[in-house]
Design a protein around this ligand. Structure first.
Ligand code: F6P
Length: 328
């Protein structure tokens, strides 16, 4: 049995929820139990840490959740934790409840909180990347991304049925406040004619050029996938501009929204969450702190939280080329 001076850890989920977060909590709790470390769940993210909203978790308290979307610990974005006073309260709760280390499952905003707790009070922290956006450096995939991709792809498939039946042009907005990973991958998988993402400078003329080429090739209906964070324009403005240029087009807009955040996690997300939950606890036991656990090239790796927050994964250039070639 591995030696560790960690007696009790707390686990929380923070920021936007993502399918697979429950599987990650389960893995943290069961790994901790295996190594005889106590585990507290924190309800409602950092707000729960400030208010001492804890529950004792044992291996049986996380049964039947590996297949559930959302997070049974609930999640929140907490303004108070951004203040020094809020963080001091959270530290006091950790002290009173003998919490030696914190596992934080969330996105970059959540990791900033974990880093502040470590920097200011020395609480040992490990982050687990859980966000559908996949916009975290230090891991190939974040928990929830794969499920969200499948949800988006299936929704676009359905839109395609009706688009084809009516010879329509659809602008479909997918999530991704600052990142185009969902748009690019779901767009390729669903055969979109164009994909607009914030990582690339798009122009309306290029989009119109795509429509003209599509027309020439005899295409009667089209789907354009647009990331929520696209800088050129939002889906409604894009639709309006396109209508002005092509008055004959029958255009519709569909915003997929929060359905992308829900649903049962895919197999890939459950396995990823299990690996990262296990990895986070093992990392803490081996002295890692202020780091994020990630999987890169199929290996568990730890990236300093500072780096995970500051850097960004690049969009795969091959994918950009591939969709252009395949779209026509
Ligand atoms: O960060 C994940 C995400 O789903 C983004 O893609 C989206 O912009 C945002 O959360 C929506 O957040 P909220 O649920 O707070 O509106």
């Amino acid at each position: 049995m591995a030696e560790t001076d960690i007696r009790r850890i707390a686990v929380l989920t923070s920021g936007g929820d993502a399918p697979g977060m429950n599987a990650a909590i389960r893995a943290v709790v069961r790994t901790a139990n295996y190594y005889k470390i106590g585990c507290l769940g924190v309800r409602e993210g950092y707000a729960g840490l400030i208010n001492g909203n804890f529950l004792k978790l044992g291996p049986r308290s996380v049964r039947n959740i590996i297949n559930q979307g959302g997070t049974f610990l609930k999640s929140a974005r907490c303004a108070e934790f951004k203040t020094p006073e809020g963080r001091a309260k959270a530290f006091e709760q950790c002290r009173q409840n003998q919490i030696d280390a914190l596992v934080c499952i969330g996105g970059d905003g959540s990791f900033r909180g974990a880093k502040a707790l470590n920097d200011e009070f020395g609480i040992r922290t490990v982050g687990i990347p859980g966000t559908i956006d996949n916009d975290i450096f230090g891991t190939d995939n974040t928990i929830g991304f794969d499920t969200a991709l499948n949800t988006a792809m299936e929704a676009i498939d359905k839109i395609r049925d009706t688009a084809t039946s009516h010879n329509r042009v659809f602008f479909v907005e997918v999530m991704g406040r600052d990142a185009g990973f969902i748009a690019l991958n779901s767009g390729i998988a669903a055969g979109a004619i164009d994909i607009l993402i914030p990582e690339r400078k798009d122009s309306i003329e290029e989009l119109f050029g795509t429509f003209r080429r599509a027309e020439k090739s005899g295409r009667m209906s089209s789907i354009v996938v647009v990331a929520e964070g696209e800088e050129l324009a939002n889906v409604y403005d894009l639709a309006e501009k396109t209508k002005k240029e092509f008055p004959d087009y029958d255009i519709r807009v569909s915003v997929l929204g929060h359905i992308q955040r829900g649903g049962r996690p895919s197999c890939a997300d459950r396995v990823l969450a299990s690996r990262l939950g296990y990895g986070a606890v093992k990392g803490l036991m081996e002295g890692e702190t202020n780091v994020m656990a990630g999987i890169r090239a199929n290996e568990l790796v730890f990236t300093p939280i500072e780096e995970a927050i500051k850097k960004h994964n690049d969009i795969n250039k091959d994918l950009l080329k591939i969709y252009e070639i395949l779209a026509m």
